[in-house]
Design a protein around this ligand. Structure first.
Ligand code: NAD
Length: 440
Protein backbone atom coordinates (compact mmCIF):
# COMPACT_ATOMS: atom_id res chain seq x y z
CA UNK A 1 0.00 0.00 0.00
CA UNK A 2 1.40 3.41 -1.02
CA UNK A 3 2.38 5.80 1.76
CA UNK A 4 0.59 8.91 0.42
CA UNK A 5 1.78 11.06 3.30
CA UNK A 6 5.43 10.26 2.51
CA UNK A 7 4.73 11.15 -1.12
CA UNK A 8 3.06 14.43 -0.11
CA UNK A 9 5.88 15.53 2.19
CA UNK A 10 8.30 14.80 -0.67
CA UNK A 11 6.85 17.87 -2.48
CA UNK A 12 7.73 21.47 -1.59
CA UNK A 13 4.14 22.52 -0.64
CA UNK A 14 3.69 19.30 1.36
CA UNK A 15 6.94 19.90 3.24
CA UNK A 16 5.91 23.48 3.98
CA UNK A 17 2.52 22.36 5.29
CA UNK A 18 3.98 19.60 7.47
CA UNK A 19 6.48 22.05 8.98
CA UNK A 20 3.81 24.70 9.67
CA UNK A 21 1.48 22.16 11.30
CA UNK A 22 4.26 20.49 13.30
CA UNK A 23 3.59 17.13 11.60
CA UNK A 24 6.21 14.40 11.02
CA UNK A 25 8.51 15.13 8.08
CA UNK A 26 9.78 11.80 6.76
CA UNK A 27 12.74 12.05 4.41
CA UNK A 28 12.65 9.71 1.40
CA UNK A 29 15.23 7.00 2.13
CA UNK A 30 17.91 6.26 -0.43
CA UNK A 31 18.17 2.49 -0.82
CA UNK A 32 20.66 0.33 -2.70
CA UNK A 33 20.46 0.33 -6.48
CA UNK A 34 22.93 -0.98 -9.05
CA UNK A 35 23.63 2.63 -10.07
CA UNK A 36 24.00 3.95 -6.49
CA UNK A 37 25.47 1.12 -4.43
CA UNK A 38 27.35 3.40 -2.01
CA UNK A 39 26.80 6.44 0.16
CA UNK A 40 27.17 9.63 -1.79
CA UNK A 41 30.16 11.33 -0.13
CA UNK A 42 33.25 10.88 2.01
CA UNK A 43 33.74 9.33 5.42
CA UNK A 44 35.06 10.96 8.58
CA UNK A 45 37.05 8.69 10.91
CA UNK A 46 37.26 10.16 14.43
CA UNK A 47 38.70 8.77 17.66
CA UNK A 48 37.85 9.41 21.32
CA UNK A 49 40.31 8.15 23.94
CA UNK A 50 43.28 5.89 23.25
CA UNK A 51 42.21 3.32 20.72
CA UNK A 52 44.14 0.10 20.18
CA UNK A 53 42.34 -0.60 16.89
CA UNK A 54 42.95 2.57 14.88
CA UNK A 55 44.92 0.87 12.08
CA UNK A 56 42.64 -2.15 11.89
CA UNK A 57 39.58 0.12 11.76
CA UNK A 58 41.17 2.28 9.05
CA UNK A 59 41.66 -0.88 6.96
CA UNK A 60 38.03 -1.93 7.45
CA UNK A 61 36.81 1.56 6.50
CA UNK A 62 38.98 1.60 3.39
CA UNK A 63 37.34 -1.70 2.40
CA UNK A 64 33.91 0.00 2.29
CA UNK A 65 35.01 1.73 -0.92
CA UNK A 66 34.26 5.16 0.57
CA UNK A 67 36.91 7.85 0.65
CA UNK A 68 38.10 8.64 4.15
CA UNK A 69 38.65 12.40 4.30
CA UNK A 70 39.59 14.10 7.59
CA UNK A 71 38.62 17.48 6.08
CA UNK A 72 35.21 16.37 4.76
CA UNK A 73 32.88 19.37 5.06
CA UNK A 74 29.70 17.33 4.52
CA UNK A 75 30.55 13.71 5.34
CA UNK A 76 28.12 11.01 4.25
CA UNK A 77 29.41 8.78 7.03
CA UNK A 78 30.93 9.52 10.42
CA UNK A 79 32.70 6.77 12.34
CA UNK A 80 33.71 7.50 15.92
CA UNK A 81 36.07 4.99 17.51
CA UNK A 82 35.22 5.16 21.22
CA UNK A 83 36.75 1.80 22.19
CA UNK A 84 39.31 3.68 24.31
CA UNK A 85 36.71 5.49 26.42
CA UNK A 86 36.97 3.86 29.85
CA UNK A 87 35.66 6.46 32.30
CA UNK A 88 32.80 8.88 32.77
CA UNK A 89 35.17 11.80 32.22
CA UNK A 90 36.43 10.20 29.03
CA UNK A 91 32.92 10.60 27.59
CA UNK A 92 33.75 14.29 27.15
CA UNK A 93 35.88 13.20 24.20
CA UNK A 94 32.82 11.64 22.56
CA UNK A 95 31.04 14.96 22.85
CA UNK A 96 34.09 16.89 21.67
CA UNK A 97 34.51 14.69 18.59
CA UNK A 98 30.90 14.64 17.38
CA UNK A 99 29.47 17.98 18.56
CA UNK A 100 31.25 20.05 15.87
CA UNK A 101 30.42 17.72 12.96
CA UNK A 102 26.91 16.27 13.40
CA UNK A 103 25.20 19.32 11.98
CA UNK A 104 27.27 19.25 8.80
CA UNK A 105 26.49 15.65 7.92
CA UNK A 106 24.94 15.08 4.52
CA UNK A 107 21.23 14.05 4.43
CA UNK A 108 20.73 10.28 4.52
CA UNK A 109 24.08 9.98 6.32
CA UNK A 110 25.34 7.27 8.65
CA UNK A 111 26.89 7.62 12.08
CA UNK A 112 28.58 4.53 13.50
CA UNK A 113 30.07 4.63 16.99
CA UNK A 114 32.52 1.84 17.70
CA UNK A 115 32.60 0.61 21.29
CA UNK A 116 33.71 -2.50 23.08
CA UNK A 117 31.70 -4.83 25.34
CA UNK A 118 31.16 -3.46 28.87
CA UNK A 119 33.52 -5.20 31.31
CA UNK A 120 32.27 -7.37 34.19
CA UNK A 121 35.48 -6.56 36.11
CA UNK A 122 35.86 -2.80 35.64
CA UNK A 123 32.68 -0.89 36.47
CA UNK A 124 34.13 2.44 35.28
CA UNK A 125 34.82 0.98 31.84
CA UNK A 126 31.40 -0.72 31.89
CA UNK A 127 29.65 2.55 32.76
CA UNK A 128 31.44 4.46 30.03
CA UNK A 129 30.82 1.81 27.36
CA UNK A 130 27.17 1.34 28.36
CA UNK A 131 26.81 5.13 28.24
CA UNK A 132 27.54 4.92 24.51
CA UNK A 133 24.33 2.93 24.06
CA UNK A 134 22.12 5.67 25.50
CA UNK A 135 24.14 8.23 23.58
CA UNK A 136 23.71 6.50 20.21
CA UNK A 137 20.03 5.73 20.71
CA UNK A 138 19.43 9.41 21.46
CA UNK A 139 21.58 10.63 18.58
CA UNK A 140 19.60 8.36 16.23
CA UNK A 141 16.46 10.20 17.32
CA UNK A 142 18.07 13.59 16.70
CA UNK A 143 19.79 13.14 13.36
CA UNK A 144 16.71 13.48 11.08
CA UNK A 145 16.78 13.85 7.26
CA UNK A 146 16.89 10.09 6.77
CA UNK A 147 20.16 9.69 8.67
CA UNK A 148 20.85 6.81 11.06
CA UNK A 149 23.16 6.07 14.00
CA UNK A 150 24.32 2.73 15.42
CA UNK A 151 26.73 1.30 18.00
CA UNK A 152 29.03 -1.58 17.04
CA UNK A 153 30.88 -3.31 19.88
CA UNK A 154 34.16 -4.92 18.88
CA UNK A 155 35.68 -7.18 21.57
CA UNK A 156 39.36 -7.16 22.43
CA UNK A 157 41.16 -9.82 20.40
CA UNK A 158 38.77 -9.60 17.44
CA UNK A 159 40.20 -11.25 14.33
CA UNK A 160 41.46 -8.97 11.56
CA UNK A 161 38.58 -8.07 9.27
CA UNK A 162 35.95 -9.20 11.81
CA UNK A 163 34.07 -5.89 11.60
CA UNK A 164 34.40 -5.33 7.87
CA UNK A 165 31.11 -6.82 6.64
CA UNK A 166 29.21 -5.00 9.40
CA UNK A 167 30.75 -1.63 8.54
CA UNK A 168 30.12 -2.23 4.84
CA UNK A 169 26.44 -2.82 5.62
CA UNK A 170 25.93 0.01 8.10
CA UNK A 171 27.84 2.54 5.99
CA UNK A 172 25.77 1.85 2.88
CA UNK A 173 22.28 2.50 1.50
CA UNK A 174 21.45 -1.15 2.35
CA UNK A 175 20.86 -0.23 6.01
CA UNK A 176 18.43 2.63 5.20
CA UNK A 177 15.72 1.48 7.67
CA UNK A 178 18.05 0.34 10.50
CA UNK A 179 18.66 2.92 13.20
CA UNK A 180 19.46 3.17 16.91
CA UNK A 181 20.79 -0.41 17.00
CA UNK A 182 23.56 -2.05 19.01
CA UNK A 183 25.52 -4.86 17.36
CA UNK A 184 27.98 -6.90 19.40
CA UNK A 185 30.58 -8.77 17.39
CA UNK A 186 32.52 -11.88 18.39
CA UNK A 187 36.23 -12.47 17.81
CA UNK A 188 35.59 -14.95 14.94
CA UNK A 189 37.59 -14.53 11.74
CA UNK A 190 35.56 -13.77 8.60
CA UNK A 191 35.29 -16.43 5.91
CA UNK A 192 36.87 -15.17 2.69
CA UNK A 193 34.72 -13.31 0.17
CA UNK A 194 36.04 -13.58 -3.39
CA UNK A 195 33.72 -11.03 -4.97
CA UNK A 196 32.13 -8.29 -2.84
CA UNK A 197 29.51 -7.69 -5.57
CA UNK A 198 28.41 -11.34 -5.35
CA UNK A 199 29.39 -12.42 -1.83
CA UNK A 200 27.08 -15.45 -1.91
CA UNK A 201 28.25 -16.80 -5.21
CA UNK A 202 28.59 -20.60 -5.12
CA UNK A 203 26.33 -20.78 -2.04
CA UNK A 204 22.90 -22.33 -1.69
CA UNK A 205 20.25 -20.52 0.33
CA UNK A 206 16.78 -21.67 1.34
CA UNK A 207 14.08 -19.13 2.25
CA UNK A 208 10.79 -20.20 3.84
CA UNK A 209 7.57 -18.29 3.18
CA UNK A 210 9.09 -16.95 -0.04
CA UNK A 211 6.02 -16.86 -2.30
CA UNK A 212 5.33 -13.22 -1.43
CA UNK A 213 6.06 -10.32 0.94
CA UNK A 214 9.30 -10.16 2.86
CA UNK A 215 10.30 -13.73 1.96
CA UNK A 216 10.11 -13.06 -1.81
CA UNK A 217 12.26 -9.98 -1.30
CA UNK A 218 14.82 -11.92 0.78
CA UNK A 219 15.03 -14.53 -1.99
CA UNK A 220 15.52 -11.80 -4.55
CA UNK A 221 18.33 -10.04 -2.61
CA UNK A 222 20.14 -13.33 -1.89
CA UNK A 223 19.94 -14.17 -5.61
CA UNK A 224 21.25 -10.68 -6.43
CA UNK A 225 24.19 -11.45 -4.12
CA UNK A 226 24.98 -14.56 -6.14
CA UNK A 227 23.28 -17.38 -4.20
CA UNK A 228 21.39 -20.25 -5.75
CA UNK A 229 18.08 -19.92 -3.92
CA UNK A 230 15.50 -22.55 -3.00
CA UNK A 231 12.17 -20.89 -2.29
CA UNK A 232 9.76 -22.72 0.01
CA UNK A 233 6.10 -22.01 0.73
CA UNK A 234 2.88 -23.89 1.44
CA UNK A 235 1.48 -25.93 -1.49
CA UNK A 236 -1.57 -23.58 -1.60
CA UNK A 237 0.81 -20.74 -2.59
CA UNK A 238 2.42 -22.79 -5.37
CA UNK A 239 1.48 -20.41 -8.25
CA UNK A 240 3.07 -17.39 -6.56
CA UNK A 241 6.01 -19.54 -5.46
CA UNK A 242 6.72 -20.74 -9.00
CA UNK A 243 6.46 -17.16 -10.29
CA UNK A 244 9.03 -16.03 -7.68
CA UNK A 245 11.29 -18.98 -8.55
CA UNK A 246 11.07 -18.32 -12.31
CA UNK A 247 11.88 -14.64 -11.82
CA UNK A 248 15.02 -15.45 -9.82
CA UNK A 249 16.21 -18.64 -11.51
CA UNK A 250 15.49 -20.29 -8.15
CA UNK A 251 14.15 -23.74 -7.27
CA UNK A 252 10.58 -23.94 -5.93
CA UNK A 253 9.88 -26.27 -3.00
CA UNK A 254 6.16 -26.36 -2.17
CA UNK A 255 6.12 -27.61 1.40
CA UNK A 256 4.40 -26.83 4.69
CA UNK A 257 7.26 -26.10 7.08
CA UNK A 258 5.30 -27.70 9.94
CA UNK A 259 5.23 -31.09 8.15
CA UNK A 260 6.98 -33.81 10.22
CA UNK A 261 9.32 -34.59 7.30
CA UNK A 262 10.05 -30.92 6.43
CA UNK A 263 13.77 -31.09 7.31
CA UNK A 264 14.23 -34.33 5.35
CA UNK A 265 12.50 -32.81 2.29
CA UNK A 266 14.70 -29.70 2.54
CA UNK A 267 17.82 -31.87 2.79
CA UNK A 268 16.69 -33.80 -0.30
CA UNK A 269 16.23 -30.53 -2.22
CA UNK A 270 19.79 -29.43 -1.36
CA UNK A 271 22.03 -32.43 -2.18
CA UNK A 272 25.22 -30.36 -1.71
CA UNK A 273 23.99 -29.01 1.59
CA UNK A 274 22.73 -25.57 2.57
CA UNK A 275 24.89 -22.53 3.26
CA UNK A 276 22.08 -20.19 4.26
CA UNK A 277 18.79 -21.06 5.94
CA UNK A 278 16.29 -18.22 6.30
CA UNK A 279 13.27 -18.89 8.50
CA UNK A 280 10.86 -16.25 7.26
CA UNK A 281 7.49 -18.06 7.10
CA UNK A 282 5.17 -16.63 9.72
CA UNK A 283 1.48 -16.27 10.48
CA UNK A 284 -0.73 -14.24 12.79
CA UNK A 285 -3.97 -15.46 14.43
CA UNK A 286 -4.80 -12.43 16.56
CA UNK A 287 -7.26 -12.52 19.50
CA UNK A 288 -6.97 -11.37 23.06
CA UNK A 289 -5.95 -14.24 25.34
CA UNK A 290 -9.41 -14.38 26.96
CA UNK A 291 -10.95 -15.06 23.52
CA UNK A 292 -8.22 -17.20 22.04
CA UNK A 293 -9.00 -20.86 21.40
CA UNK A 294 -6.15 -23.35 21.83
CA UNK A 295 -5.95 -24.07 18.09
CA UNK A 296 -5.15 -20.43 17.20
CA UNK A 297 -2.46 -20.45 19.88
CA UNK A 298 -1.00 -23.73 18.62
CA UNK A 299 -0.96 -22.78 14.91
CA UNK A 300 1.12 -19.66 15.55
CA UNK A 301 3.57 -21.36 17.89
CA UNK A 302 3.92 -24.25 15.46
CA UNK A 303 4.68 -22.18 12.32
CA UNK A 304 6.60 -19.28 13.88
CA UNK A 305 8.64 -21.09 16.53
CA UNK A 306 8.36 -24.87 16.83
CA UNK A 307 9.06 -25.56 13.15
CA UNK A 308 12.01 -23.14 13.30
CA UNK A 309 13.46 -25.06 16.26
CA UNK A 310 12.78 -28.49 14.74
CA UNK A 311 14.14 -27.84 11.25
CA UNK A 312 17.18 -25.95 12.55
CA UNK A 313 18.06 -28.81 14.93
CA UNK A 314 17.58 -31.49 12.27
CA UNK A 315 19.47 -29.64 9.53
CA UNK A 316 22.35 -28.92 11.90
CA UNK A 317 22.66 -32.45 13.26
CA UNK A 318 22.24 -34.11 9.84
CA UNK A 319 25.10 -31.94 8.53
CA UNK A 320 22.84 -30.44 5.83
CA UNK A 321 23.96 -27.01 7.03
CA UNK A 322 27.47 -26.73 5.69
CA UNK A 323 30.38 -25.38 7.76
CA UNK A 324 30.41 -21.60 7.45
CA UNK A 325 26.61 -21.78 7.21
CA UNK A 326 24.25 -19.04 8.31
CA UNK A 327 20.85 -19.42 9.96
CA UNK A 328 18.69 -16.29 9.95
CA UNK A 329 15.36 -16.37 11.76
CA UNK A 330 12.58 -13.79 11.79
CA UNK A 331 11.45 -12.26 15.05
CA UNK A 332 9.37 -9.08 15.30
CA UNK A 333 9.25 -5.96 17.45
CA UNK A 334 5.99 -7.47 18.76
CA UNK A 335 8.20 -10.12 20.36
CA UNK A 336 10.15 -7.35 22.11
CA UNK A 337 7.42 -4.85 22.99
CA UNK A 338 4.36 -7.11 23.14
CA UNK A 339 1.13 -6.25 21.35
CA UNK A 340 -2.53 -6.19 22.29
CA UNK A 341 -4.25 -9.26 20.78
CA UNK A 342 -0.96 -10.97 19.93
CA UNK A 343 0.00 -13.05 22.97
CA UNK A 344 0.53 -16.06 20.69
CA UNK A 345 2.46 -14.15 18.01
CA UNK A 346 4.59 -12.17 20.48
CA UNK A 347 5.37 -15.36 22.44
CA UNK A 348 6.48 -17.09 19.23
CA UNK A 349 8.66 -14.17 18.14
CA UNK A 350 10.21 -13.70 21.59
CA UNK A 351 10.91 -17.45 21.48
CA UNK A 352 12.86 -16.92 18.26
CA UNK A 353 15.04 -14.39 20.09
CA UNK A 354 15.68 -16.92 22.86
CA UNK A 355 16.65 -19.54 20.28
CA UNK A 356 19.10 -17.23 18.53
CA UNK A 357 20.86 -16.07 21.69
CA UNK A 358 21.22 -19.59 23.08
CA UNK A 359 22.08 -21.53 19.95
CA UNK A 360 24.35 -18.93 18.26
CA UNK A 361 27.51 -19.57 20.30
CA UNK A 362 27.03 -23.37 20.38
CA UNK A 363 26.27 -23.64 16.66
CA UNK A 364 29.43 -21.65 15.92
CA UNK A 365 31.56 -23.82 18.22
CA UNK A 366 30.10 -27.15 17.07
CA UNK A 367 29.30 -26.58 13.40
CA UNK A 368 30.91 -23.29 12.32
CA UNK A 369 27.38 -21.91 11.75
CA UNK A 370 26.06 -18.53 12.94
CA UNK A 371 22.48 -17.98 14.12
CA UNK A 372 20.93 -14.50 14.04
CA UNK A 373 17.53 -12.89 13.66
CA UNK A 374 15.92 -9.86 12.11
CA UNK A 375 13.13 -8.19 14.07
CA UNK A 376 11.08 -6.17 11.58
CA UNK A 377 8.99 -3.23 12.70
CA UNK A 378 6.24 -1.81 10.47
CA UNK A 379 6.99 -3.11 6.98
CA UNK A 380 4.76 -2.25 3.99
CA UNK A 381 3.33 -5.65 2.98
CA UNK A 382 -0.09 -7.21 2.37
CA UNK A 383 -0.11 -8.07 6.09
CA UNK A 384 0.21 -4.43 7.19
CA UNK A 385 -2.04 -3.13 4.36
CA UNK A 386 -4.85 -5.07 6.04
CA UNK A 387 -4.37 -3.17 9.32
CA UNK A 388 -7.12 -0.53 9.99
CA UNK A 389 -6.16 2.95 8.67
CA UNK A 390 -5.63 4.74 11.98
CA UNK A 391 -3.47 1.98 13.48
CA UNK A 392 -1.58 1.66 10.19
CA UNK A 393 -0.82 5.38 10.10
CA UNK A 394 0.35 5.28 13.75
CA UNK A 395 2.54 2.24 13.00
CA UNK A 396 4.15 4.05 10.08
CA UNK A 397 4.97 7.26 11.92
CA UNK A 398 5.98 5.98 15.38
CA UNK A 399 9.65 5.66 14.57
CA UNK A 400 12.62 7.96 14.13
CA UNK A 401 12.35 7.90 10.32
CA UNK A 402 8.55 8.60 10.42
CA UNK A 403 7.75 5.99 7.78
CA UNK A 404 7.23 2.27 7.27
CA UNK A 405 10.03 0.09 5.97
CA UNK A 406 9.98 -1.93 2.75
CA UNK A 407 10.47 -5.71 2.46
CA UNK A 408 13.84 -5.02 0.85
CA UNK A 409 15.05 -3.35 4.06
CA UNK A 410 14.57 -6.63 5.94
CA UNK A 411 16.07 -8.54 3.01
CA UNK A 412 19.25 -6.43 3.05
CA UNK A 413 19.73 -7.16 6.77
CA UNK A 414 19.25 -10.89 6.12
CA UNK A 415 21.82 -10.70 3.30
CA UNK A 416 24.34 -9.08 5.66
CA UNK A 417 23.87 -11.88 8.22
CA UNK A 418 24.15 -14.43 5.38
CA UNK A 419 27.52 -13.18 4.10
CA UNK A 420 30.61 -15.36 4.50
CA UNK A 421 32.32 -12.22 5.85
CA UNK A 422 29.83 -12.02 8.75
CA UNK A 423 31.28 -14.88 10.85
CA UNK A 424 31.74 -12.47 13.78
CA UNK A 425 28.05 -11.56 13.72
CA UNK A 426 26.43 -14.23 15.86
CA UNK A 427 23.55 -14.47 18.34
CA UNK A 428 22.37 -11.00 17.31
CA UNK A 429 18.82 -9.69 16.87
CA UNK A 430 18.73 -6.73 14.53
CA UNK A 431 15.64 -4.58 14.61
CA UNK A 432 14.73 -3.32 11.14
CA UNK A 433 12.21 -0.79 12.35
CA UNK A 434 13.48 2.77 11.76
CA UNK A 435 14.01 2.90 15.54
CA UNK A 436 10.38 2.23 16.40
CA UNK A 437 9.21 3.63 19.72
CA UNK A 438 7.71 0.23 20.53
CA UNK A 439 9.89 -1.74 22.91
CA UNK A 440 12.73 0.74 22.46
N1 NAD B 1 5.12 -7.24 7.59
C1 NAD B 1 5.55 -6.81 8.77
O1 NAD B 1 5.37 -5.64 9.09
C2 NAD B 1 6.26 -7.75 9.71
C3 NAD B 1 6.68 -7.22 10.94
C4 NAD B 1 7.36 -8.05 11.83
C5 NAD B 1 7.63 -9.37 11.48
N2 NAD B 1 7.20 -9.86 10.30
C6 NAD B 1 7.52 -11.27 10.03
O2 NAD B 1 8.16 -11.37 8.76
C7 NAD B 1 7.82 -12.61 8.14
C8 NAD B 1 7.24 -12.36 6.77
O3 NAD B 1 6.13 -11.50 6.90
P1 NAD B 1 5.25 -10.97 5.66
O4 NAD B 1 4.69 -9.66 6.07
O5 NAD B 1 6.02 -11.06 4.40
O6 NAD B 1 4.06 -12.05 5.69
P2 NAD B 1 3.20 -12.67 4.52
O7 NAD B 1 1.97 -13.19 5.17
O8 NAD B 1 3.06 -11.70 3.38
O9 NAD B 1 4.12 -13.89 4.02
C9 NAD B 1 4.35 -15.02 4.81
C10 NAD B 1 4.57 -16.21 3.90
O10 NAD B 1 4.78 -17.36 4.75
C11 NAD B 1 4.08 -18.44 4.18
N3 NAD B 1 3.77 -19.45 5.19
C12 NAD B 1 2.86 -19.36 6.19
N4 NAD B 1 2.80 -20.53 6.86
C13 NAD B 1 3.69 -21.38 6.27
C14 NAD B 1 4.05 -22.72 6.49
N5 NAD B 1 3.49 -23.44 7.46
N6 NAD B 1 4.99 -23.28 5.70
C15 NAD B 1 5.56 -22.57 4.70
N7 NAD B 1 5.23 -21.29 4.42
C16 NAD B 1 4.30 -20.70 5.20
C17 NAD B 1 2.81 -17.80 3.61
O11 NAD B 1 2.16 -18.65 2.65
C18 NAD B 1 3.35 -16.51 3.02
O12 NAD B 1 3.74 -16.66 1.67
C19 NAD B 1 6.88 -13.32 9.10
O13 NAD B 1 7.61 -14.20 9.93
C20 NAD B 1 6.32 -12.17 9.93
O14 NAD B 1 5.87 -12.61 11.20
C21 NAD B 1 6.53 -9.09 9.41
Amino acid sequence: MADRYLHLTGTAPGRFLARRLGLPQPAPLRRWTLETPRLDGPLLHLTAGNSAITDELAKALAATGLTVDPQAAHPAGIVLDATGVTSARGLAEVHAALHPVVRSQAPGGRIVVIGTPPSSEDHHQAAAQQALEGFVRSLAKETGRGSTAQLVRIPAGAAPGAAESTLRFLLSPRSAYVSGQVIELTTAAPDPVADQDAPLSGRTALVTGAARGIGASVASVLARDGAHVIVLDVPQAQDDLVRTADRLGATALPLDITAPDAAARIAAAAPDGLDVLVHNAGITRDRRLANMPADRWAQVIDVNLDSVLRTTDELLTSGTLNRGGRVVATASIAGIAGNNGQTNYAASKAGVIGLVRSLGPRAAAGHGVTVNAVAPGFIETKMTAAVPLFIREAGRRMNSLSQGGLPVDVAEAVAWFAQPGSAAVNGQVLRVCGQSLLGA
